[in-house]
Design a protein around this ligand. Structure first.
Ligand SMILES: Nc1ncnc2c1ncn2[C@@H]1O[C@H](COP(=O)(O)OP(=O)(O)OP(=O)(O)O)[C@@H](O)[C@H]1O
Ligand SMILES: O=C(O)[C@H](O)COP(=O)(O)O
Length: 401
């Protein structure tokens, strides 16, 4: 395990890595649950009287969402009910002067870590620890806290360098995410364990099945990934709408693996029995998979009969994990599958974890209460890695003494 905020000495100058990477629309950073979650860690540190220096990233160089963190400071301030200072510098003289000027309980956000050349290349922690970025900041703080679980799969300087040169602790988000997302690999459940898998990436589903095949009793499939499995089972599905490229490449690359998974794990894998599409009047139409004779239209959701089949399986489960949406839920007509399984989870008291950046958005979009779920992860790439047992560089760096 790692040390947590409970182990931190009083009155520290603490350097805290958050993940505030957010959608940006027309240059405006959108508020989202990452701010709300990290607010807990920041508030706790500030209220305890520490001097709090925050680091985070936004986008990647070259992308439209690669912007300054100035707006993030204001959004975060609104979540913690106290000022968050901002300095447009990552580790230069301005950043150091602002850090040195902090009083107890004050909070300062440094500029986008990815504006620093030493942050991004994926390198070993030892190399990152040796950078000017890490060495300069480390001299002006007493401790390092990593709260950025959702970025912990990256071996970037702000995530893996500091634990080698400073006493390092996990923040509250890091702690909660790590525990919940590792549960499927580490916890023993007495009853049935079910995994709902969908979304657009077949390899995510394949990796999850290969890694968790012994832990999970039933995989309930949907989404593009589910359609690829239906195709492998001999159905004429997998039609790309104009401008979309979900199926052909994925089919070429994964066909054999999917066929052998169906062969070896057929009893554990439940596929949709009906699918939904946009009909001639732009309404939702549904068709039983058994009645599909031609690959002539795109399917955008699992159908209602499928939800009726999946619902009792979820209600009989002791633990349910979700990765990926069962349909194009952003369009209300095609949200039936995704909201159907989420409602079934919310209404039972099973242990549940819902992950995937997109999928978890459905919870708020359709007015469900996060408290009805065991854990709603704010992680995308890190969540899938946790499920498939892959190491997370940022977590490993924290765990070494
Ligand atoms: N049949 C479908 N047709 C088109 N889009 C679909 C379909 N089924 C699911 N999707 C889309 O899949 C997306 C989720 O896929 P993804 O695999 O990216 O899931 P995630 O795990 O939530 O996200 P991420 O990996 O980005 O964190 C949703 O935005 C949804 O609209
Ligand atoms: O938003 C995320 O999933 C994380 O912050 C990681 O971002 P990245 O994929 O740009 O490294």
């Amino acid at each position: 395990m790692f040390k947590t905020l409970d182990d931190l000495d009083p009155e520290q100058r603490v350097l805290v890595r958050l993940d505030l990477n957010s959608p940006v629309e027309d240059g405006d950073v959108q508020d989202n649950r990452r701010f709300d979650r990290h607010a807990e860690t920041v508030r706790e540190l500030a209220e305890a009287g520490h001097r709090v220096v925050l680091m985070a990233h936004q986008g990647r160089p070259g992308g439209d969402d690669f912007v300054s963190l100035e707006q993030h400071a204001d959004i975060l301030a609104s979540h913690i009910d106290r000022d968050v200072g901002f300095v447009a510098d990552t580790y230069g003289d301005d950043a150091i002067a602002a850090i040195d000027a902090l009083d107890a309980g004050e909070v300062l956000l440094l500029e986008n870590t990815r504006m620093c050349d030493e942050e991004l290349p994926e390198e070993d922690p030892e190399v990152k620890a040796d950078t000017e970025f890490v060495q300069s900041l480390a001299e002006h703080v007493d401790a390092y806290v990593n709260d950025a679980y959702s970025a912990a799969h990256r071996s970037h300087a702000s995530l893996v360098g500091f634990p080698l040169v400073l006493p390092a602790y996990a923040g509250r988000v890091m702690q909660t995410e790590y525990e919940a997302n590792s549960a499927i690999a580490t916890r023993e459940f007495d009853g049935q364990v079910t995994m709902v898998v969908g979304g657009t990436k077949a390899t995510d589903v394949i990796d999850v099945m290969n890694n968790l095949g012994e832990k999970v009793d039933q995989f309930l499939l949907g989404g593009i990934a589910g359609e690829l499995f239906l195709r492998a089972a001999g159905n004429d599905v997998g039609f790309d709408l104009e401008g979309m490229d979900f199926f052909d490449d994925q089919w070429e690359e994964n066909r054999e693996t999917i066929e052998s998974l169906l062969d070896e794990r057929g009893d554990q894998i439940k596929l949709a029995v009906d699918l939904a599409y946009e009909d001639e009047t732009d309404d939702r139409g549904e068709i039983a998979v058994a009645n599909i004779t031609e690959k002539d239209r795109a399917y955008l959701d699992v159908g209602s009969m499928t939800v009726d089949e999946y619902d009792p399986i979820i209600r009989d489960s002791e633990a349910v994990f979700v990765k990926g949406a069962l349909g194009l839920f952003e369009d209300e007509r095609f949200a039936v599958g995704t909201t159907g399984v989420l409602r079934a989870i919310a209404e039972t008291d099973c242990f549940s974890v819902v992950g995937g950046g997109d999928t978890s958005r459905a919870i708020e979009m359709y007015g469900m209460d996060e408290d009805d779920f065991g854990h709603v992860s704010i992680a995308g790439g890190a969540y899938i890695r946790a499920l498939t047992g892959a190491p997370l560089a940022g977590v490993e760096a924290l765990q070494q003494d």
